[in-house]
Design a protein around this ligand. Structure first.
Ligand code: ADP
Ligand code: MG
Length: 262
C-alpha cells in the first residue's frame, strides 16, 4: 500500500471510519505488499482484509461478553489440570466446550467437595461460550435469588425471567452454600422452570442432590427443581481434595460441614 496514491489512502481511511471499522485500514495496508508479492487476485486480497476484520471483531466481542458475564475470576479449560482431577471426564468436557448444549438448552451440573474445580470448570465453559458468541451471566445462587426477589417485589419477575431467557447460559454457582428461605426457594424454582428446554443453566454445588431438600427447605420444591434440571443435563461429579490446599497439610472436614467449608 506504500505506493498507493495518498488520495486512495485518505479515501480508505474515510471509508473505514464510515464503516466503523478502524482496524480495516491497518489490515488493508499491512496486507497490500504481501498481496502484491504473492500475486493475490483482487478477490483474494479483499477476502484476506475482511477476514482480519471479522476475526478482530469476534475477538473483541468475546472480550466484551466475558467482561459482561461477571465472572469472579476468568478461568480457562486450558488452565485446568486433569492430572489433579482425574474424576473430570475429559471427553464430556471437550464436547461441552463445543457449546452444542447451548443450542439444545441442556444444563450442566458440577458437584463435588470444595476446591475440586467446580467454579473453575463452570467459568471456563462460560468463557468458551462467550468465545462462541453467546451471552453468559454468572453469579452465586444467593445473588441470583436476591435479584429475583427484587424483581418479584417490584412486580417485574415475569419480565426479568423473559430478559434472562435471552441469555443462552446462566451460571449459578454455589447452590446449597446458604439455605434458601421459602420465597427464595420458590423463585429459584421459577428460574429453573422458565429456562427448562429453552436455555441452559450451569450449576455448581458442594452438596449431592440428596442434600438439596435441606437447601430448599422443602423436598417437594427441591425434587421439582432437580427433576427439571436433570432431565436434559450433563452431571459431572468431581472428587478428591481441595486444589486450594494442595501445597499444605490441611484436611477439610467432610460430610455435613462441606458446604460451610468453602
Ligand atoms: P470449587 O468451586 O470446586 O470450590 P474452584 O473451581 O474455585 O473450586 O477451585 C479452587 C481454586 O483451585 C481455583 O483457583 C481454581 O482455578 C483452582 N483449581 C481447582 N482445580 C483445578 C485443576 N484441576 N487445575 C487447575 N486449577 C484448579
Ligand atoms: Mg466454587
Amino acid at each position: 500500500m506504500s505506493s498507493a496514491p495518498t488520495d486512495t489512502q485518505k479515501e480508505l481511511a474515510h471509508l473505514a471510519r464510515a464503516l466503523k471499522a478502524p482496524r480495516l485500514l491497518a489490515a488493508a495496508q499491512r496486507l497490500a505488499p504481501i498481496a502484491r508479492e504473492s500475486n493475490w487476485s483482487h478477490e483474494q486480497y479483499l477476502a484476506a482484509v475482511l477476514s482480519q476484520e471479522v476475526s478482530s471483531r469476534e475477538a473483541s466481542g468475546s472480550l466484551i461478553r466475558i467482561k459482561a458475564a461477571g465472572f469472579d475470576s476468568v478461568k480457562t479449560l486450558e488452565d485446568f489440570n486433569y492430572d489433579f482431577q482425574p474424576a473430570a471426564p475429559r471427553d464430556v468436557i471437550a464436547h461441552l466446550s463445543t457449546g452444542a448444549y447451548l443450542q439444545e438448552g441442556r444444563n450442566i451440573v458440577l458437584l463435588g467437595p470444595p476446591g475440586t474445580g467446580k467454579t473453575h470448570l463452570a467459568t471456563a465453559l462460560g468463557v468458551k461460550a462467550c468465545g462462541l458468541g453467546h451471552r453468559v451471566l454468572s453469579a452465586s445462587a444467593t445473588t441470583w435469588v436476591n435479584r429475583l426477589t427484587a424483581s418479584y417485589r417490584a412486580g417485574n419477575l415475569t419480565k426479568d425471567l423473559a430478559k434472562l431467557r435471552r441469555y443462552p447460559s446462566l451460571i449459578v454457582d454455589k447452590v446449597g452454600y446458604i439455605p434458601f428461605e421459602t420465597e427464595a426457594a420458590n423463585l429459584f424454582f421459577q428460574l429453573v422452570s422458565s429456562r427448562y428446554e429453552h436455555a441452559s443453566l450451569i450449576l455448581t454445588s458442594n452438596l449431592p442432590f440428596s442434600g438439596w431438600g435441606e437447601v430448599f427447605g422443602n423436598h417437594v420444591v427441591a425434587s421439582a427443581v432437580i427433576d427439571r434440571i436433570v432431565h436434559h443435563a450433563e452431571v459431572v461429579t468431581l472428587k478428591g481434595s481441595s486444589y486450594r490446599l494442595k501445597n499444605t497439610n490441611t484436611t477439610l472436614p467432610s460430610e455435613k460441614q462441606e458446604n460451610k467449608a468453602q
